[in-house]
Design a protein around this ligand. Structure first.
Ligand code: GLY
Length: 352
């Protein structure tokens, strides 16, 4: 199982971790931004300065077979063995592709994730899902292969812009919805124009623990880990739809919007309380705005949902719903008509 380390001193903590792992060569994967903005923060560690650097382009659209191949090549050309160690320094794109490169290189090498975005810290870097996008589908090829350590330092987050904070925060809201009322109420207090970073940092670590507990119970997503998919069935459809129409949106925004119809389905089918539905919808609208869709888009959205790998077969679309906050109901197969109704609710809720 991976260890999650809350780092108060990046250089000391990395030095300590590296001295406790046996490896022959050290590699660091960064993107074109994190190499300049984040890597210098680790410059007091000699082993890091002397490590082989691998750099790829940023953005999820670069989580490709070509970039994966580039990482494999760099490892091979620089003499990596199955006892080498890879550090992934970046957002979810870097930890996903770096994790998958580690899972596959010489049948698996050890790796460490150092997430540099809130979204990465609260979700992608934790829990062992790795992969790349393929043929237009997100995370189509991948493996469950956990990092040995995930080192989380809030140092990186105070420089993120408001949109990137909100993108990660959507996953934190999701974690609160699948855990308990107090956490949900606490998170709705966010004042995005006036962020209290100490408060956010505490909330982040509570959120990571919620995910960690679930992943420990079900690392390969046979049952309760499906709770983490709340908001994602329709959220992923929104995200792909936006991308197909050349108007890409941040992952967390799509998840936030996806939670609106999925909580509506929860209310309709499992009696999720109406007041909590309304309060969550209000929070999402006031912080995330909305993505414009019309009823002419429903078929396209539905087709994207049908391809989702969470479905047992392509004619049954699988949802995680809630009967209340923290009351999870997995494997709810929902028909087309009801999904369309939930999209109507989404549109009505924003006056579209
Ligand atoms: N991002 C959902 C999970 O890790 O299962």
């Amino acid at each position: 199982m991976q260890s999650i380390i809350k780092s108060n001193n990046l250089n000391d903590d990395i030095r300590q971790i590296l001295s406790n792992i046996k490896f022959d060569k050290l590699f660091i994967l960064t993107d074109e931004h994190t190499i300049n903005l984040c890597l210098p923060l680790l410059s007091q560690v000699d082993m890091i300065n002397n490590a082989n650097k691998i750099v790829i382009s940023s953005n999820d659209s670069n989580k490709t077979l070509e970039n994966l191949s580039h990482i494999w090549k760099q490892l091979t050309e620089n003499g990596a063995t199955r006892h080498s160690l890879l550090i992934n320094l970046g957002g979810g794109m870097i930890t996903d592709i770096g994790g998958f490169a580690s899972a596959t290189f010489k049948r698996g090498i050890k790796y460490i994730n150092i997430p540099t975005t809130l979204l990465g810290a609260v979700d992608a870097a934790v829990g062992g899902k790795t992969g790349i996008n393929f043929e237009g589908f997100k995370n189509e090829i991948g493996a469950f292969y956990p990092a040995k350590h995930v080192l989380i330092s809030s140092h990186f987050f105070s420089t993120l812009n408001k949109n990137d904070i909100l993108s990660g925060y959507a996953e934190m809201i999701k974690h609160s919805l699948i855990s308990n009322n107090e956490e949900w109420q606490e998170l709705l207090k966010l004042d995005i124009e006036n962020i209290d970073y100490e408060w956010l940092n505490d909330a982040l670590f509570r959120s990571v623990s919620i995910k960690e507990d679930i992943v420990k119970k079900d690392p390969f997503e046979h049952n309760i880990r499906k709770a983490l998919n709340l908001g994602h069935t329709i959220g992923h459809a929104f995200e792909s739809f936006a991308l197909d129409n050349n108007k890409p949106v941040l992952h967390g925004y799509a998840v936030a919007w996806g939670m609106i119809p999925e909580l509506y389905l929860s209310h309709k089918l499992c009696n999720f309380p109406k007041d909590k539905l309304q309060e969550t919808v209000r929070f999402i609208h006031s912080n995330y705005g909305y993505m414009s869709i019309s009823c002419d888009d429903y078929n396209q959205l539905y087709e994207i949902m049908r391809h989702d790998k969470k479905n047992a077969n392509s004619s049954a679309i699988n949802f995680t719903l809630l009967s209340d906050i923290g009351e999870i109901i997995i494997d709810q197969v929902i028909d087309e008509e009801l999904i369309y109704q939930s999209l109507d609710f989404y549109r009505d809720s924003v006056g579209l």
